[in-house]
Design a protein around this ligand. Structure first.
Ligand SMILES: [Zn+2]
Ligand SMILES: [Zn+2]
Length: 353
């Protein structure tokens, strides 16, 4: 017997198999689920409507039913496209439990170490090179071979946990920012940046160039803000085109120091001065680094504790295999990086240990 509750069930299954969906796709899926249940029983009175209220009602009904099992259909804006995205999120998520069905404890520890490096990356770049990502296996308690690390990295990308453009760096995906938001906020309270407009985490966007001004915005939030304002909301400097707009600083991959990833953490003894010279003046901003140091100890403690504890997953995630193509791309990127790397770089240990 079909019932209106079947719409929710079908809809959640559709979301789960796609992991993260845009609001437009989510609305299409909702309509399809309604139609499918009506086909089974035409007499059912199933609420549906094209307007925003009907959609909001549907989402809040779903969240009411998910509430007892600590899940939520949460939404966030994609930092790159500015589109609203939905995903099923574990509300009790101060852990990376969502990954437990797909990954071993060692692989999850590796993922957390990568997230750490991305969150602590210099110059607000929130991204790391392929070489830095592979070097991170050195921080794990158990051994992971280079091939294993390459495979699991490719899998993190294939399953949407990390982003990695062909020639670019690893960064956090919308999925990770949505599903692991409580973990990121709790683990990196001082390293994460919040958008002044939408209050969500910023890993791509722009920053005000005034020293010590704490204003940063997503690209899409900046576009919206600029329509009605031309000055920084905090320090009042002129951001309008022709005067200050060109000076705005970047947040994200494009803010990475040019030689980051070649010298990297392992080679810090040798290229530190060179790195500092090439960095933008903002790199010298001290408060953030100072804060980072004071938080380091608590982060380290937390991380050690976390590494030994893996929760039972609440959500089963759709399987996804890594294509040979993607593995090859990873290998290509690796080879280039390794040629560029100083031979001593690999042997050395973790930056902050
Ligand atoms: Zn924003
Ligand atoms: Zn400012």
């Amino acid at each position: 017997m079909a019932s209106p509750a079947d719409v929710q069930k079908l809809f959640l299954q559709a979301i789960l198999s796609r992991r993260v969906v845009s609001v437009n796709l989510a609305k299409v899926l909702w309509k399809k689920c309604v139609d499918a249940v009506k086909v089974a029983d035409d007499s059912l009175d199933i609420p549906w409507g094209p307007d925003k209220n009907a959609w909001d009602d549907f989402i809040s009904r779903i969240n009411e039913s998910l509430n007892p099992i600590d899940l939520e259909l949460a939404s966030s804006t994609d930092e790159k496209t500015g589109r609203q995205m939905f995903a099923l999120v574990n509300r009790n998520g101060d852990e990376v439990a969502q990954m437990a069905t797909d990954y071993s404890p060692l692989e999850i520890a590796y993922f957390k170490a990568l997230v750490e490096q991305i969150m602590l990356a210099p110059n607000y770049s929130y991204s790391i090179s392929s070489m830095a990502a592979l070097r991170e296996v050195n921080s794990l308690k158990s051994n992971m071979t280079k091939t294993q690390a390459e495979n699991v990295l490719a899998s993190f990308v294939a399953k949407g946990w990390l982003l990695k453009p062909k020639k670019g760096r690893y960064s956090l995906s919308t999925r990770t920012l949505l599903e692991l938001q409580p973990y990121i906020r709790q683990t990196y309270p001082d390293e994460k940046l919040e958008c002044t407009v939408c209050m969500e985490i910023v890993t791509r966007g722009t920053r005000c160039y005034t020293s010590n001004c704490k204003i940063q915005l997503h690209g899409h939030c900046m576009t919206a803000y600029r329509k009605t304002h031309s000055k920084c909301p905090s320090c009042n400097t002129d951001w309008s085109k022709g005067s200050g707009a060109e000076k705005l600083l970047l947040v994200g991959e494009n803010a990475a120091p040019k030689d980051d990833g070649r010298a990297g953490r392992g080679g810090r003894a040798q290229p530190r001065q060179a790195t500092a010279r090439k960095m933008s003046p903002a790199r010298a901003r001290l408060p953030r680094r100072t804060r980072r140091k004071t938080n380091l100890l608590s982060n380290l403690r937390r991380r050690r504790r976390d590494a030994d504890r893996v929760n039972v997953a609440n959500v089963s995630l759709g399987a996804s295999s890594v294509s040979e193509d993607e593995e090859e791309k990873e290998e290509d990127a690796m080879e280039v990086d390794e040629e560029e790397a100083a031979p001593t770089a690999k042997a050395k240990g973790k930056r902050r240990r």
